[in-house]
Ligand binder design. Structure first.
Ligand code: C2E
Ligand code: MG
Ligand code: MG
Length: 786
């Protein structure tokens, strides 16, 4: 960089030198441009070189003619040669484009010009001196002095770009002339000689001033060029920004003629290029939109009115419009800063669709299309507000499907989902269109029935139950799913949403307990019962960890031999304040709270341990809850381990299951039964006759024993139907090689009756009440019943 600075210096580029900072490329590039401009100014008026050159040649020539001195002839030739050389230089320079000249190239042109001009002025200066000092010819004097002065003046104007040139040339021109004049003996010549110095000084000053102006001009030119470039690039950026905007943008002036618009605007409205030109009146665009049926005349009229309105009020306005091709356009019209209006158009088709979908997803259940829990809560709160305002009562129906879990588990979620979809349709068919039915989650639905009396609510609930009480036909599968409904009335059964829901849920629980497929209204006694259940649950949880449960045993007798063949283990819970809690109370609670699994495991282990101590191969029966079969691996494991640990022969263990387990028709149930039967464990069907009493179960499942419910033995002597059932079951059992146990024998008459009907075994207070091991191990066991 220092090198560049030096070269500039040697080229006497004064301004360039002054502004040349060492080591900064950006600045030097700018200075080089200045330098180029100054140098090009030297070559800018070739027209003046020729007359100047001719005047230069003529000066020594006229002196030669006038004086006849040969020196002037030689000088004439010399000047002519220099002039020719300079013309060649100018022509060469002007033939080329110097915009990209390097510093070295520019310097070369600068020097060449300087050299030519300096030789020219020096030769003429010498010619002038020679004419003044060595001749007395007045014509030669006048010619030389006047042409020297004239040519020097020309230099000032012409070479102002390079002031030092001018100085050098003025000196080479005028100093010889001045010396020649001062040497003359004529005082007037001497005055003129001294004036010549003043002339030189004044002209140098003028040159400098011209030079400064030239530089200022150059700066101004550069600035305006830079400004134009910046403006152009700004326009390009703005154009690019406008056209890459997603939204359509159009700006109208005060007359509502189009001022500017972007490509998306034209695309959104299908406007051709000719109508997107600045100055297009809005009426022309409007006509086009209507003709091409992009918009209806009403829409166009509205938009125009909105544009006018915004201009008048200076208040932005938003306008939504559905274009004829189905796009949803959101048009924002706002006042523009400089007057006129700005129209921004967004194609909101996708956004609106997404918003609608999000709204739908937030409020509605995706599967059934019913309101979801969130929407239901909102509507329930609204129903309460309405109730407060108008006093209108309403009912809340809590609907839960019976047996849905089994459908889902056994047939898969696809079938489960289809059942739910069809359930939604069936439930809806039972209600009015504007009643709010929501899916609360899983297989639970809720319904708000406004302003209805109890009879109507009951009627609608019944209609829903009936709608569900038909088989679902899904592909090749027939599925039965019924509905249980709990009903609570607002505000009597609950004055806030949470209470009303809880009480409807309580009523639902009751409906389930009452055998399902039914509707139950809430009553406050239920709430107390629920509270008690809750307390029992808490205590039971504690009891299971503290070992407060016991097993009592009740004998099962062989009616022919009167001997105890098996003892049934019956669970007992000695509650610290409630006393002995019967299993009928705590087993359902254990089932509902999930405690049954642990309690059931314990019962199996304990029963095996106890039975292992019994003499005479007396067996033990353990009741198994259907819920224990939900964990098939666990029950199999528990039974096997219990037998192993107690060293009890598997053949001595009978597991009692109820029909409800079989209704679920679970393949895993059969797998569990078969796996345990394979090691010798027996199975008994308990409480036969209370449920579906399907004789088919007896032949489908490999039971070794069926226990007829005590309700049949109770009136066996008075009721023919009971008799018939016992007899039929006994016959079938015999054919299937099963034992029959009749439960609940309390009297001798009952014993005789059932024995006559074909029963081999019996169980009941007549033979022994359930008692703890400690009681019957006192020595009266085993015994024959007399
Ligand atoms: P279950 O298996 O049918 O048991 C027979 C029930 O009848 C017992 O009631 C027994 O005390 C009662 N009973 C026996 N003989 C007579 C009689 O002559 N007259 C009358 N009125 N009743 C008689 P308990 O012990 O209250 O058990 C009720 C039910 O609780 C059982 O019915 C059984 O289903 C269930 N349970 C008992 N222990 C367990 C257990 O460890 N696990 C499971 N899952 N359930 C159990
Ligand atoms: Mg039993
Ligand atoms: Mg029973």
């Amino acid at each position: 960089m220092a090198g560049v600075a030096n070269r500039l210096h040697s080229a006497s580029a004064d301004r360039a030198i002054a502004e040349q900072p060492a080591g900064h490329d950006g600045r030097s590039a700018v200075d080089l441009a200045d330098y180029r401009l100054l140098v090009s100014s030297l070559f800018s008026s070739p027209g003046s070189i020729i007359p100047g050159g001719i005047a230069g040649i003529l000066t020594p020539f006229l002196c030669w003619i006038s004086t006849g001195a040969e020196l002037f002839m030689a000088l004439t030739i010399c000047v002519a040669l220099v002039v020719v050389m300079r013309i060649i230089t100018v022509v060469r320079y002007r033939r080329l484009d110097h915009a990209e000249d390097t510093l070295a190239q520019t310097t070369r042109w600068d020097r060449e010009y300087f050299f030519g001009a300096t030789v020219f002025s020096a030769v003429l200066g010498f010619s002038c001196y020679a004419a003044l000092a060595w001749t007395d010819d007045p014509a030669a004097h006048i010619t030389s002095v006047s042409s020297t002065i004239a040519l020097a003046s020309g230099y000032v104007a012409r070479n102002a770009g390079r002031p030092k040139f001018v100085a050098v040339q003025l000196l080479t021109f005028c100093v010889p002339m001045a010396v020649g004049l001062i040497q003359a003996h004529n005082p007037y010549y001497q005055y003129i000689g001294y004036f010549a110095f003043l002339y030189v000084v004044a002209n140098i000053a003028i040159t400098n001033s011209l030079h400064r102006n030239l530089l200022a001009l150059s700066d101004a030119t550069k600035q305006s060029k830079a400004l134009a470039t910046a403006l152009r690039s700004q326009n390009l950026t703005l154009d690019a920004a406008l056209n890459t905007m997603i939204h359509g943008l159009a700006m109208f002036d005060r007359k509502l003629d189009l001022a500017v618009s972007n490509a998306p605007h034209a695309a959104l409205y299908g406007i051709p290029e000719t109508l997107a030109l600045p100055g297009t009146p809005i009426s022309a665009i409007a006509r086009f939109l209507v003709e091409r049926q992009v918009m209806t005349p009403e829409q166009v009229r509205d938009i125009k009115a909105a544009l006018d309105g915004v201009q008048a009020t200076q208040q932005a306005a938003i306008y939504e419009l559905q274009s004829r091709n189905g796009r949803m356009l959101v048009v924002t019209i706002a006042p523009a800063a400089e007057g006129g209006v700005l129209m921004l158009t967004e194609d909101a088709t996708e956004r609106k669709a997404t918003e609608a979908r999000i709204e739908q997803m937030a409020r509605f259940d995706e599967l059934t299309g019913l309101a979801n829990r969130f929407e239901f809560n909102t509507q329930l709160a609204e129903a309460f507000r309405r109730q407060e305002r108008t006093g209108e009562t309403f009912a809340l129906l809590y609907i839960d499907l019976d047996g849905f879990k089994q459908v889902n588990d056994n047939l898969g979620h696809d079938i489960g989902d289809r059942v739910l979809v069809q359930t939604a349709a069936r439930l809806k068919s039972a209600i009015r269109h504007n009643d709010l039915l929501a899916r609360f989650g899983g297989d639970e639905f809720v319904l708000i029935l406004p302003a209805t009396d109890v009879a109507t609510v009951r009627m609608i609930a019944q209609r829903m139950i009936e709608a569900m009480d038909r088989a679902f036909e899904l592909d090749t599968k027939t599925v039965y799913v019924t509905a249980s409904i709990g009903i609570a009335l607002a505000p009597v059964d609950g004055a806030i949403p949470a209470d009303l829901l809880r009480h409807a849920d309580t009523a639902l629980y009751k409906a389930k307990a009452a055998g399902r497929n039914t509707a139950t209204f809430f009553d406050p006694a239920m709430a107390e019962e629920m509270l008690e259940r809750h307390e029992i649950e808490v205590d039971l949880r504690q009891a299971t960890t503290e070992g407060a449960l016991e097993l009592y045993y009740q004998p099962i007798i062989d009616l022919r031999t009167q001997e105890i063949v098996t003892r049934e283990a019956l669970m007992r819970w000695r509650h610290p304040t409630r006393g002995m809690v019967p299993p009928g109370v705590f087993i359902p609670i254990a089932e509902q709270s999930g405690l049954i699994a642990g309690m059931g495991d314990w019962a199996i282990r304990q029963a095996c341990r106890d039975a292992a101590k019994w003499p005479g191969g007396i067996g033990v029966s353990v009741n198994i809850s259907p819920l224990q079969f939900r964990e098939p691996g666990r029950i199999v494991e528990t039974v096997k381990n219990a037998l192993l640990l107690a060293h009890l022969a598997p053949g001595r263990l009978t597991l009692e299951v109820t029909e409800s387990l079989l209704i679920e028709d679970n393949k895993t149930t059969l797998d569990v039964i078969n796996e345990l039967r394979a090691i010798g464990v027996k199975f008994a069907l308990d409480d036969f006759g209370t449920g579906y009493s399907s004789l088919a179960y007896l032949s489908t499942y490999p039971f070794s024993q069926v226990k007829i419910d005590q309700s049949f033995s109770r009136d066996v002597n008075s009721d023919e139907a009971s008799k018939a059932v016992i007899e039929a079951v006994c016959q079938l059992a015999r054919r299937l090689s099963m034992n029959v146990v009749v439960e609940g024998i309390e009297t001798e008459a009952q014993r005789m009756a059932v024995q006559l009907l074909g029963a081999q075994r019996a169980q009941g207070y007549l033979f022994g009440r359930p008692q703890p091991v400690s009681e019957f191990s006192k020595g009266d066991e085993p015994r024959k019943i007399a």
